[in-house]
Design a protein around this ligand. Structure first.
Ligand code: HEM
Length: 438
């Protein structure tokens, strides 16, 4: 029988929990350096097998919903978002998949591009001629506005407004890996109150839409109208849970990578000059952004892709072994957690030249380093659960970057922001930027 992976040394009882909480990237990098691409550590009593590198990542995604479960490691999120989408077991997931994926059909993207451009322009117009901002916080708010509009329609902000996002924040604050989600702690009580209030806000909106289906065309309407795999329509609770899950999947992730894109371009003046030259040609003032414009903004696209590589918001992904599995020379026993880390794997020198360097042109024709292996870049996951909103997110991050650099001169005042972790996703700490309208 093959051996289990070697463990990094850890403290009695706690294992490596403290280091994992304080600096998980250092822990994983140390394991890779000392023990190789397959190793283990412990969070308290729980063993975690770490797999680093494209072949192992391929295995991780191909075995998801087979030998590896995606929903079980994220059980603590289920109390927040409900048993839906990737937080549900494979049968419920397959039943709901047509509903979950319905808003992402290609022909809908044009409408979303228009929403993105309007919301980004409204944000830029609100900035005034000159000032300072925290780009990390600004991206959080802007992405909420785009999501609110695309997910729940133009009237969403005026109908339900800030209250919805404040309730969403209350949900996030209850997330705790240690205290069971059904204990009546103050945070869990606030979480349940927030869920009840969200339901009160959304139920009348859903009821009105069921009565007037022809009038709406957004994510919420798709969730209401699209039949599940067996042909039934989702009930209110499922629709509201799907919306919450989508907020979770889309919000901090996009805000984080959008902020990093702006920060890294500003840190690299030579590349900023290339972006500005490209914008002058492809995006003169008042150009409507559509698929053709985005395709032609190559330097912006490569920068967005380089941020997925260097600063992936989904910095680690987890599964649970449903049975004993063989990985390379090792055996991972049933009930172990299995972890991959885009943040560490995207910096492997075997796959990316000078991996620590911000070098968006590594994706340009002739180099195309991301084509060396289909699973070398996994910032949006892979396989059956690959990010449904990948194109949506990439288009949104490109639109934000393009319009901001088109209309403003910018100076980075916080040159080396650290990382902070919100509701699962990694994003830059508060980062000051000075801006002046061109
Ligand atoms: C930069 C932004 C984003 C990043 C980095 C990102 C990353 C990811 C990753 C890594 C997964 C797979 C998780 C796993 O395998 O454990 C995923 C799944 C998913 N994402 Fe995204 N995401 C982003 C934006 C969005 C947006 C904007 C939406 C929707 C509007 C979205 C919707 C989803 C959905 C629905 C899934 C689950 C798909 C399924 O299980 O079938 N994401 N995302």
């Amino acid at each position: 029988m093959k051996p289990t992976p070697s463990f990094l040394p850890g403290a009695p009882l706690l294992g490596n929990a403290l280091e994992f909480n304080n600096n998980r990237h250092a822990l994983i990098q140390r394991g890779l350096d000392e023990l190789g691409p397959v190793f283990a550590f412990k969070i308290g009593p729980k063993p975690v097998a770490v797999l680093i590198g494209p072949d192992y990542q391929q295995f991780f995604f191909m075995e998801t919903d087979k030998k590896l479960s995606i929903d079980k490691p994220y059980r603590s999120l289920e109390a927040l978002f409900g048993e839906v989408a990737f937080l549900a077991g494979p049968e419920v997931y397959q039943e709901q998949r047509p509903i979950l994926h319905s808003p992402f059909q290609r022909e809908k993207m044009l409408k979303y591009m228009n929403i993105m451009q309007c919301e980004v322009q409204a944000w830029l117009d609100s900035l005034g001629p000159e000032g300072e901002m925290d780009i990390s916080a600004e991206m959080g708010r802007l992405v909420q506005n785009v999501a609110g509009n695309a997910l729940m329609g133009q009237n969403f902000q005026s109908q339900v407004g800030r209250e919805f996002w404040d309730l969403y924040a209350d949900l996030g604050k209850s997330l705790n890996m240690v205290i069971p989600p059904n204990w009546p702690t103050p945070k869990n009580i606030r979480r349940d109150r927030a869920k009840r209030r969200m339901r009160q806000l959304l139920e009348p909106i859903i009821a009105e839409r069921r009565q007037n289906p022809g009038q709406y065309d957004d994510f919420l309407q798709d969730f209401i109208e699209t039949p599940s795999r067996s042909g039934s329509q989702a009930d209110d609770e499922t629709i509201i849970s799907l919306l919450r899950a989508l907020m979770f999947a889309s919000h901090e992730t996009t805000a984080g990578q959008a902020a990093w894109t702006i920060i890294e371009i500003l840190r690299h003046p030579d590349y900023e000059a290339l972006v500005r030259q490209e914008l002058e040609v492809i995006l003169p003032p008042r150009t409507a952004i559509d698929g053709t414009v985005l395709r032609n903004l190559e330097h912006v696209a490569w920068a967005v892709r380089e941020i997925e590589r260097l600063h992936p918001s989904a910095d680690i992904l987890m599964r649970l072994a449903e049975e004993d599995i063989e990985v390379g020379d090792f055996r991972v026993p049933k009930d172990w957690l299995v972890l991959i880390s885009p943040m560490i794997a995207h910096r492997l020198p075997e796959w990316f030249d000078e991996p620590e360097r911000f070098d968006p042109q590594r994706f340009a024709p002739g180099r195309e380093e991301d084509r060396r292996h289909r699973f070398s870049m996994v910032g949006f996951g892979g396989g059956v659960h690959k990010c449904a909103g990948m194109n949506f997110a990439n288009n949104e991050m490109m639109t934000i970057t393009a319009l901001l650099f088109q209309q403003f001169e910018l100076e980075l005042l916080t040159p080396n922001p650290g990382l902070m972790f919100g509701l699962g996703a990694a994003r830059p700490e508060p980062t000051r930027i000075h801006y002046r309208r061109i």
